[in-house]
Ligand binder design. Structure first.
Ligand SMILES: NC(=O)c1ccc[n+]([C@@H]2O[C@H](COP(=O)([O-])OP(=O)(O)OC[C@H]3O[C@@H](n4cnc5c(N)ncnc54)[C@H](O)[C@@H]3O)[C@@H](O)[C@H]2O)c1
Length: 263
C-alpha cells in the first residue's frame, strides 16, 4: 500500500519545475495526479508520468481566472468523484528595484502568487468539506518569510502573504478535517532559478547559479523531486497532526549566522 493510493491530487504550475517534480512524486506514491498549468507543456508532462506507468491527466488552466479554475475543478470532481489533495504551487518572479518597479509588476505577482492560490483553494474546498477530508499544501518560500535579496520586494511580499493565508485557512478548516500547510523552499534548480540567473547576470547566468550553490551549506541547489517528497508527506496521512505550519527545505541556506566567524 503506497501512502497516496486512491487519492486524487491537483498540482498547479506543474508543466515544469517544482510542480512537475511534485506531480511525478505524488503519482509515484499512488495518487491520481491532475496537472494544472497555463502552459501547453502540461499535457506533455502528464503524458510522461503516464508513460512511466502512473496515473496523471493534464489541464490547461490559468489560476488567475476564477471561472476557468472553478469549471476545471468541477470537471475533475465529476470525473474522479473526490479531490483529496491540492498543491498550490504555480508562482512567478520578476526581479526589479523597488523605486523603478511599475505597479503592473506588483499586480502580476499578486494576481498569480496570491489570487491564484486563493482561487484554486476556493474552488476545491467545498468538495473537501463535503468529504470531511483534505490536504492543502501551499508553496511559499524562504524569501519574504525568512530572508530576502535586493530586487525581490514584489515576490517576497506575496510569498509572505501565503504564510498568513496558510495559518488562517488551517484554523478555519480544522473542524472539517482539512490540513493546510506551507512549504518554504530555498533555491531549487528549475526554469525559475535559471530565469533569476539570467535577470541577475545576462552575460553569465550560470555563474549566478554557481554562486548560489556555493553559498548553500549543502553546496548545491535542491531538486524538484526533493520538494516533491516533502509535499507527498504533507499530502498523506503520515502528517495527519500537522496543520497551519510551514516547513523549510533549503539545504541549510538560511542557516549561517554570519560569514566571518567559524573554523
Ligand atoms: N525555484 C526556486 O528556487 C523556488 C524557491 C522558493 C519557492 N519557489 C516557488 O515554487 C513554485 C514553483 O517554482 P518553480 O521554480 O518551479 O517555477 P517555474 O517558473 O520553473 O515553474 C512555474 C510553473 O507555474 C506555471 N504558472 C505560472 N503562472 C501560472 C498561472 N497563472 N496559471 C497556471 N500556471 C502558472 C508556469 O507555466 C510553470 O509551469 C513557485 O510558487 C515559486 O515561487 C521556487
Amino acid at each position: 500500500m503506497k501512502k497516496l493510493d486512491g487519492k486524487t491530487a491537483i498540482v498547479t504550475g506543474s508543466a515544469m519545475g517544482i510542480g512537475e517534480g511534485i506531480a511525478r512524486v505524488l503519482a509515484k506514491h499512488g495518487a491520481h495526479v491532475m496537472l494544472f498549468d497555463r502552459d501547453d507543456k502540461v499535457f506533455e508532462s502528464a503524458k510522461a508520468i503516464e508513460t512511466e506507468g502512473f496515473q496523471a491527466a493534464g489541464f490547461k488552466v490559468d489560476v488567475t481566472n476564477f471561472d476557468e479554475v472553478k469549471n476545471t475543478v468541477a470537471e475533475v470532481h465529476a470525473r474522479f468523484g473526490n479531490i483529496d489533495v491540492l498543491v498550490n504551487n504555480a508562482g512567478v518572479i520578476r526581479l526589479g528595484n523597488f523605486p523603478e518597479m511599475p505597479n503592473d509588476t506588483r499586480d502580476f505577482h499578486i494576481q498569480v502568487n496570491i489570487n491564484g492560490v486563493w482561487n484554486v483553494s476556493k474552488a476545491v474546498i467545498p468538495y473537501m468539506i463535503e468529504k470531511k477530508y483534505g490536504k492543502i499544501v501551499n508553496m511559499s518560500s524562504v524569501t519574504g518569510y525568512m530572508v530576502a535579496d535586493p530586487g525581490e520586494v514584489a515576490y517576497a511580499t506575496t510569498k509572505s502573504a501565503i504564510i498568513g493565508f496558510t495559518r488562517s485557512l488551517a484554523a478555519e478548516m480544522a473542524e472539517h478535517q482539512i490540513n493546510v500547510n506551507a512549504i518554504c523552499p530555498g533555491y531549487i534548480y528549475t526554469p525559475m532559478a535559471q530565469q533569476i540567473g539570467k535577470e541577475s547576470n545576462p552575460d553569465n547566468p550560470e555563474s549566478v547559479i554557481e554562486g548560489i550553490a556555493n553559498a548553500v551549506p549543502l553546496k548545491r541547489l535542491g531538486k524538484p523531486e526533493e520538494v516533491g517528497e516533502l509535499a507527498a508527506f504533507l499530502a498523506s496521512d503520515e502528517s495527519s497532526y500537522i496543520t497551519g505550519t510551514q516547513v523549510v527545505i533549503d539545504g541549510g541556506s538560511t542557516l549561517p549566522e554570519t560569514t566571518s566567524v567559524g573554523v
